[in-house]
Design a protein around this ligand. Sequence first.
Ligand SMILES: O=C(O)c1cc(C(=O)O)c2c(n1)C(=O)C(=O)c1cc(C(=O)O)[nH]c1-2
Length: 264
Amino acid sequence: MKLADHQAQTRAEFHERLRRIGAERYHDRHPFHKRLHGGQCSPDEVRAWVINRWQYQSRIPMKDAAFLSRVEDPQLRRIWRSRIEDHDGGTDQGGGIRRWLALARAVGLDPDYVASGVGVMPATRFAVDAYVRFVRDMPLLDAVAASLTEMFAPKIHAERIEGLLKHYDFADDASLAYFRNRLSEAPKDVEFGLNHVLDHADTLEKQDAAAAALVFKTDVLWAQLDALWHGYVEGNIPPGAWRPGEGLLDAAIPEPAPEAAGAS
Ligand SMILES: O=C(O)c1cc(C(=O)O)c2c(n1)C(=O)C(=O)c1cc(C(=O)O)[nH]c1-2
């Protein structure tokens, strides 16, 4: 290979490379999201999504804590720690985690059941754990690059708010507060993360590794939706995973049919 082949891409070229990864691979293109945002999901498919996505939500602040535990620069720690605050919030007001459980309640699920994580599918667990491990074990620059799927998240959050409000009775300002908050929280994270990666990936090798980290992360997100589709749209629920009827709020449990209840 010629020496010139090893030259780093320019900032603009590298930025465009990252943007293209999202355009080609981000999970807004997944059929499950099209079904969810288009109003075709059954109530139980929405519940399965809320239960499984809980695994992701609950692990995001843990992966950010794993990241922080490796950072020696106080300024980087100072900036990064706001991500944990966004999700955990304070004791009284809570944060994204509490807002996700409000969504769980709105779709008729018992928040304690969702928070227990017992109904999560194995594939979801494996995908999310892989992300936490990646951030814990890989170079910090790659860990920041993996978070850059968030560049593409505001668009999907806006589509989701619009689609859910249009098609589902449970959707209102309170139940969708998680997504509305992300619309203002994510851009600050993305601005910092993107500049950090563009500034620090100053060799082709580092750029290749950062791009691979972003591809890996799109796979983490895509694999979760593949599992949902297989389990709940095609009806192949894996052993141990949530089954419709489990974990419901009392108010959401359907009245038994008169024959089943023995009434005449
Ligand atoms: O709804 C979504 O499609 C979506 C995607 C992503 C993402 O791209 O990883 C995140 C979020 N939401 C999100 O709400 C969130 O807090 C978040 C944090 C991160 C991360 O990698 O640090 N990704 C995401």
